[in-house]
Design a protein around this ligand. Structure first.
Ligand code: UDX
Length: 425
């Protein structure tokens, strides 16, 4: 068998490590560079600190093909395709902060026979601007569509792989396409700007889909319909599809908020007012806060009330708390004078500094002890498995549950004497 093309990965955060480990698993020698020596050293020992199912195993299994280094020269000497995986957080203006991308470009020095393969989410036009300045470098856009909690699976079984290359870089585009051939999934070849846009438009559309169903849920509550039934009936239409129609207390995570804002700003910078996205964001912010009203409906003033938050991470199977609904909700409840106790199976440590006026509990039962209400924020399976009718009910001061993800057994809880409030039901 012909040797597999070596690849470079620049920036070993969550996207970079998934990319490095998966390409190593596919048989490629991978040279992964990060500027943080401690991170590089622990990864070289096979230690993975982030909670991502299957990822530690993949890193440990492929140590021979994975080189972690702080030395860009070492990467440049060994690989021509350089996957740029540094983060691009929003700035105060809502535009993407490209300083880390720029630092990578600067670190490439005067190299000429390399191509940047951009995995980081960047504004449309970034590739063109980099290529203008660095004509001697190849440039390929290859956005990531990985979901936290299933990133390894998403990488290995993608719905599609998007590869954007302009004139002069098609050869590099072909080489990137070859890397993905063994894993299947339709390969979409486009120009760079369109590839960049596919990423932003996809995330903005997914966020729109959720904000849409959340508004439907809010109207369901007024009209006496059940949003789960409405979503099921809608989702069977091929043109709509069943996914991303789960109503809840709002979307979070590191991507949706930043990408929706980035697209809105990008359009705004051209003089175009992207009205829909303004609403998508506003609906989401209001959705996070609606729980407060639901609690007040049953408890009146929340001053001095004990509220248990079940789940802190922005979704299950991750310890990521970036833009998590729990953070906003905890701060709001604290603002109303409530005593908030929160529990999460894995995200507690990461959230400690961010949870305003909140006590971290060591278990769900501890959080629920003496509580006037439980709010299910994240649908971790262990919360469905609690002995609600027995132990939980005995511990709570008031048997009131706000199920922010329509996740618990509504009928079972009601039969056990709980007051149950879902979303849109
Ligand atoms: C997202 C995109 O899905 C992925 O393609 C991109 O690369 C990164 O951003 P991720 O942030 O991991 O991935 O989260 P995702 O699983 O998409 O969920 C985002 C948020 O939406 C979560 O807070 C989740 O709870 C919420 N959500 C999702 C809903 O409220 N309802 C749904 O129907 C689906």
């Amino acid at each position: 068998m012909a040797p597999k093309e070596p690849i470079g990965v620049i920036g070993v955060g969550w996207v970079g490590l998934c990319t490095a480990a998966c390409f190593a698993e596919l048989g490629h020698p991978v040279f992964a560079r990060d500027i943080l020596p401690e991170k590089v050293e622990s990864l070289a020992r096979g230690e993975v600190s982030m909670h991502e199912p299957g990822l530690p195993e993949l890193v440990q299994k492929n140590t021979e093909r994975l080189t972690f280094t702080t030395d860009m020269r070492h990467v440049l000497d060994n690989a021509q395709l350089l996957f740029c995986c540094v983060d691009t957080p929003p700035t105060y203006s809502g535009d993407a902060d490209l300083s880390r991308v720029e630092a990578v470009i600067a670190d490439l020095g005067d190299s000429t026979d390399h191509a940047i393969v951009m995995k980081s989410t960047v504004p449309v036009g970034t590739g063109r601007s980099i290529s203008r300045r660095r004509e001697e470098l190849g440039y390929v856009s290859n956005p990531e569509f990985l979901k936290e909690g299933s990133a390894v699976e998403d990488f290995m079984e993608p719905d599609r792989v998007v590869i954007g290359a302009n004139d002069g870089s098609e050869g590099f585009g072909d080489r990137v396409a070859t890397l993905y051939e063994p894993i299947g999934g339709e390969i979409v070849r486009t120009d760079v700007a369109s590839a960049e846009f596919i990423k932003l438009a996809s995330n903005a559309f997914l966020a729109t889909k959720i904000s849409f169903i959340n508004e439907i849920a809010n109207v369901c509550e007024e009209l006496g319909a059940d949003v789960n039934e409405v979503a099921r009936g809608m989702g069977l239409d091929d043109r709509i599809g069943p996914k991303f129609l789960r109503a809840g207390i709002g979307w979070g995570g590191s991507c949706f908020g930043k990408d929706v804002l980035s697209l809105k700003q990008l359009a705004g910078n051209t003089g175009y007012h992207f009205q829909l996205l303004t609403a998508v964001m506003e609906v989401n912010e209001l959705q996070k806060r609606r729980t407060v009203g639901k609690l007040q409906k049953h408890l009146g003033q929340l001053v001095g009330k004990q509220i248990a938050l079940l789940g802190i991470s922005f979704k299950p199977d991750t310890d990521d708390v970036r833009d998590a609904t729990s953070l906003v909700l905890a701060a709001r409840l604290h603002g109303e004078g409530a005593h908030v106790r929160a529990y999460d199976p894995v995200a507690g440590d990461r959230a400690r500094e961010l949870l305003v006026g909140t006590t971290l509990a060591g278990s769900a039962l501890e959080a629920l002890d003496g509580a006037d209400a439980a709010v299910l924020v994240t649908e971790w399976p262990e919360f469905a498995e609690l002995d609600w009718a027995g132990e939980v009910k005995a511990r709570m001061a008031t048997p009131l549950v706000v199920d922010g993800r329509n996740f618990l057994d509504r009928e079972g809880l009601r039969a056990a004497g709980f007051t149950y409030e879902g979303i849109g039901r």
